[in-house]
Design a protein. Structure first.
Length: 474
């Protein structure tokens, strides 16, 4: 498709869109000083129809093995061509607003002015209703263009879908590692859009359609179907029966044992685990004694997005025998889950719920287990398992990521569940619409590929499991 990515053509009205996100305060100052006055100079007595149209690149998904077809050429994909066509001015328009819509940032307003000198008037850059402006085609560095359109999902979708596989691979190869890491979540979303040809909201609708069809097969309302899935596949409705049997003195003794163990772990942990602990603490996290909730969740230990590791009696019992056994769990919970952040799968399921009738949504959420545990958990759990892999062994008290540990030992001989990565991949395949599920996996794979803290061996095993479950190469 060449390097044309986000191209505008004839357009009768202003597009409705969210305000772009600006990282640089100077942009806002420039907007206020230069172009806001132009907007105020034009008397706006009535807002015209806000359903303006602009063309988009065809939203086609990326063929399964497209990016693997050729080695990445860093000379490709450094920049994308954005713009082109014309814009018919309405009373609500300004150069800043038009630039924000077409190029993803109002800071490109002067490029439109330079291309339309005869139609931009006075020191306040007044543009007149019904004038037709030429929109110059600009070469914008690809990462900058992606970031520009971060808050404009349709434009972002069209930009990344409009790049050829060779261009996109070249862009990734040409981008510095630090920049990839800084924008990992945005690139994850972009990968999902490339593979599905959909915005996130369109994926929400696709997911709802899938849920409704699955519900119909079972003769259920969609709300009842989701409730049943969460009840069978989710977690979170347990009780702390064993912990509650302890006397106050016994509970106090357990807490003292916990504090002693944490001191031991902090002093004996290897450098990278110490780094995870230090990073978590710098973000307000810590080791938290939380035995009742841990038991309710049936967890060895857990994190809840607060950068803390919440621990219970099992963590203490195992750690007292061998503190090093806890390193895998720290890497998994404090590291993997926290670094991953919010899940795309959970957001898509929430978006599907938002599109349900009030009655169906109420029923879907009426079960005891958490919605996240049935629809969002799998994605972040895979990422956390890959973090954990470095410390996996037959002593691991929780699930094993793969059938073997880093030393090649057979984990199938242990009593714990093995191949949890493959298990969670299968759950994603079952829980989501096929197109959405593949988008989630390709987005997750981008995050995995970018993250330098995940062992290369773990990345290879992950890709093999994806191929086995989904039949695609990532």
């Amino acid at each position: 498709m060449g390097t044309s990515a986000a191209k505008a053509v004839k357009n009768e009205h202003d597009h409705g869109h969210e305000e772009a996100h600006f990282d640089d305060t100077a942009d806002s100052v420039q907007q206020s000083a230069v172009d806001a006055s132009a907007r105020s100079a034009v008397e706006i007595e009535a807002q015209k129809d806000d359903s303006g149209d602009a063309s988009k690149a065809d939203a086609k998904g990326t063929p399964p093995d497209a990016e693997a077809a050729k080695p990445a050429d860093p000379s490709l994909g450094k920049a994308v061509k954005v713009g082109g066509g014309t814009w018919t001015v309405t009373r609500a328009d300004s150069l800043w607003k038009i630039a924000d819509q077409i190029y993803g940032s109002g800071t490109y307003w002067n490029e439109i002015k330079k291309a339309n000198k005869a139609k931009v008037h006075g020191p306040t850059n007044i543009i007149r209703d019904n004038d037709v402006l030429m929109l110059p085609v600009l070469d914008i560095p690809t990462m900058k263009a992606i970031k520009n359109f971060e808050d404009q999902p349709e434009q972002l979708r069209d930009l990344v879908v409009g790049m050829s596989p060779e261009e996109y691979a070249g862009f990734l190869a040409n981008t510095k590692q630090a920049e990839l890491e800084k924008n990992a979540e945005l690139l994850q979303a972009a990968e999902m859009m490339r593979s599905t040809g959909m915005t996130m909201d369109e994926m929400n609708a696709e997911q709802l359609d899938f849920l409704e069809k699955e519900a119909k097969k079972k003769g259920l309302s969609v709300g009842a179907y989701v409730k049943d899935v969460v009840a069978k596949k989710g977690y979170g409705a347990g009780t702390a029966k064993d912990w509650d049997k302890n006397s106050p003195d016994q509970k106090k003794a357990w807490h003292e044992r916990f504090k002693k163990l944490i001191a031991n772990i902090k002093s004996s942990a290897p450098p990278d685990v110490k780094g995870i602990i230090k990073d978590s603490e710098s973000k307000g996290g810590s080791f938290v004694w939380n035995p009742d909730t841990t038991e309710e969740l049936g967890a060895f230990a857990y994190t809840s997005g607060d950068w803390s590791l919440h621990c219970g009696t099992r963590f203490v019992e195992v750690g007292e025998k061998d503190p090093s056994v806890c390193f895998a769990n720290i890497a998994h919970e404090m590291g993997g889950h926290n670094y991953y952040g919010n899940t795309q799968g959970g957001a898509i399921q929430d978006g599907a719920l938002d599109k349900m009738s009030e009655a169906d949504r109420t029923e879907a959420e009426s079960g005891g287990n958490h919605m996240h545990s049935a629809y969002g958990y799998m994605e972040t759990e895979i990422f956390a398992e890959l973090y954990e892999y470095r410390y996996d062994s037959d002593k691991n008290p929780t699930d094993h990521p793969f059938a073997t540990d880093p030393k090649g030992n057979d984990m199938t001989k242990t009593p714990k569940r093995v191949s949890d990565v493959k298990n969670q991949l299968t759950r994603i395949k079952e829980a989501f619409a096929p197109k959405v599920a593949e988008g989630l996996i390709r987005g997750l794979a981008r995050r995995v590929t970018i993250d330098p803290r995940i062992m290369d061996e773990a990345k290879t095993l992950f890709r093999a499991d994806v191929l086995a479950v989904f039949g695609i190469k990532v």
